[in-house]
Design a protein around this ligand. Structure first.
Ligand SMILES: Cc1cc2nc3c(=O)[nH]c(=O)nc-3n(C[C@H](O)[C@H](O)[C@H](O)COP(=O)(O)O)c2cc1C
Length: 407
């Protein structure tokens, strides 16, 4: 049982989408983890699943009628709004998102959302075309700016037979977002974060490339941690085998030059950059349009230098905070300090990738965070997700300008 959810008061709003049945499993999991759960159903949700299911699973009556006078003299939408620590709408229809965005309070759920000061979380689920409709997207963006939290839907085969974005996020992602709210402060709200991750591929011909074994796990963990703490996150990643973290703007690239272009485009608007990507320093001088045929016993490759993304970020730096990463095999702190000076960084996370549990291809990491002033902060061997949070804590503590922006 997760201690994080114990005795937390959670209202689950269920709206009229085909994924309404999945809310039953969510309520069951929350109750098993010790949360106190009350549910509000829209009238349309009751076309999809019976209130009896939620009553039984939550151990509480289901609220749905604005004008019900059964049981008590309390006004339900006000008492539920005050009772909730978190109100999560799962699944959230295009309709409820639109109504809340435009201040419409015409049933118990929308009125409670309007009246609550608790964090409201929406997990949208709908047909891909509905989800991508600029009106729906505009409503989501507007609500995000007002502090409403969204759990992005997954891609997949939808109940209507279409394939695309719009499938309700997985139960684990929803549980993580709800517990994340209780376990972490929203101390990066209002901050725009840019994270780079993974390897790049430098092609010789259409089927061969030079790359490295970076999995992208560290960068993805940082992006997820920042998003969980309320930041707006852009993640620019080379080819990796990871699903994009929830609530992160994902930009997939292949070569170092693609990554350079995307990063330079996003850089001016961001407040902090975590540059974890293992970018290829060199690329083949000549790219062959056709597959290179096996020929003589030797093939000599000439490589040319790729643009240095970090160096360029350092040159163009205005207010941004730049956090670089140095994966070294020897003289770790010394090389890291040199890199920090050369590239005008504010922090560098250095690790010795020959040590067990650190760097590439591990689920854990350990290293030292070196500040521009020369302070050395050791971060012990931790799971990459915890490592990411610890590093963010240390950077935030030493970045008064960022902290001021979030207050
Ligand atoms: C079979 C069926 C499935 C539906 N699935 C969804 C859905 O997944 N997402 C959505 O936004 N609307 C869906 N709708 C449309 C909503 O039910 C409709 O917009 C309704 O007004 C939503 O009301 P509510 O937000 O008050 O629950 C569906 C309708 C039907 C008939």
């Amino acid at each position: 049982m997760s201690r994080v959810l114990k005795d937390k008061k959670i209202v689950i709003g269920i709206t009229g989408g085909i994924a309404a049945y999945k809310a039953a499993e969510l309520v069951s999991s929350l109750v098993k983890q010790g949360a106190l759960v009350k549910t509000i159903m829209t009238k349309n949700a009751m076309e999809f699943i019976s209130p009896l299911t939620f009553e039984t699973l939550s151990g509480n009556p289901v609220y749905y009628d604005m004008f019900s006078r059964a049981g008590s003299w309390e006004i339900d939408h006000i008492s539920l709004a005050k009772w909730a620590d978190v109100l999560a709408v799962v699944p959230a229809t295009a309709n409820i998102i639109g109504k809340v965005c435009h201040g419409i309070a015409d049933d118990l759920l929308s009125t409670t959302i309007m009246a609550t000061q608790a964090q409201v979380i929406f997990a949208p689920a709908m047909n891909t075309n509905m989800y991508n409709n600029p009106i729906v997207q505009g409503n989501i963006e507007a609500l995000k700016k007002k502090g409403y939290f969204f759990i992005s839907p997954a891609e997949g085969r939808l109940a209507c037979g279409d394939v695309g974005e719009g499938k309700l996020a997985g139960l684990d992602d929803i549980l993580q977002a709800i517990s994340g709210y209780f376990s972490r402060k929203q101390d990066l709200k209002g901050i725009r974060v840019l994270v780079t991750a993974g390897p790049t591929r430098e092609y010789l011909d259409p089927v061969r490339f030079i790359s490295n074994p970076s999995t992208g796990k560290m960068g993805f963990a940082i992006a997820a941690a920042c998003a969980g703490r309320g930041a707006d996150v852009d993640l620019v990643a080379g080819p990796v085998n990871l699903s994009p973290p929830i609530n992160v703007n994902m930009h997939s690239v292949e070569t170092a030059r693609d990554m350079y272009d995307k990063v330079m485009e996003l850089y001016p608007a961001c407040d902090i950059v975590f540059k974890t990507a293992a970018v290829g320093d060199y690329r083949p001088e000549t790219y062959h349009d056709q597959k290179i045929k096996k020929g003589s016993s030797q093939l000599v490759l000439t490589l040319v230098k790729n643009p240095d993304i970090l160096q360029e970020l350092g040159k163009r730096k205005k207010e941004q905070i730049l956090v670089g990463f140095a994966a070294e095999t020897q003289n770790v702190a010394e090389y890291a300090r040199e890199k920090m000076q050369q590239k005008n960084l504010d922090f560098i996370l250095a690790n010795d990738i020959t040590e067990s549990g650190a760097g590439f291809m591990n689920d854990t990491n350990k290293g030292v965070l070196i500040t521009h002033e020369g302070e050395i902060v050791e971060i012990p061997l931790l799971d990459k997700n915890e490592f990411a949070h610890r590093m963010i804590d240390e950077v935030l503590k030493r970045s008064p300008r960022l902290a001021a922006k979030t207050n």
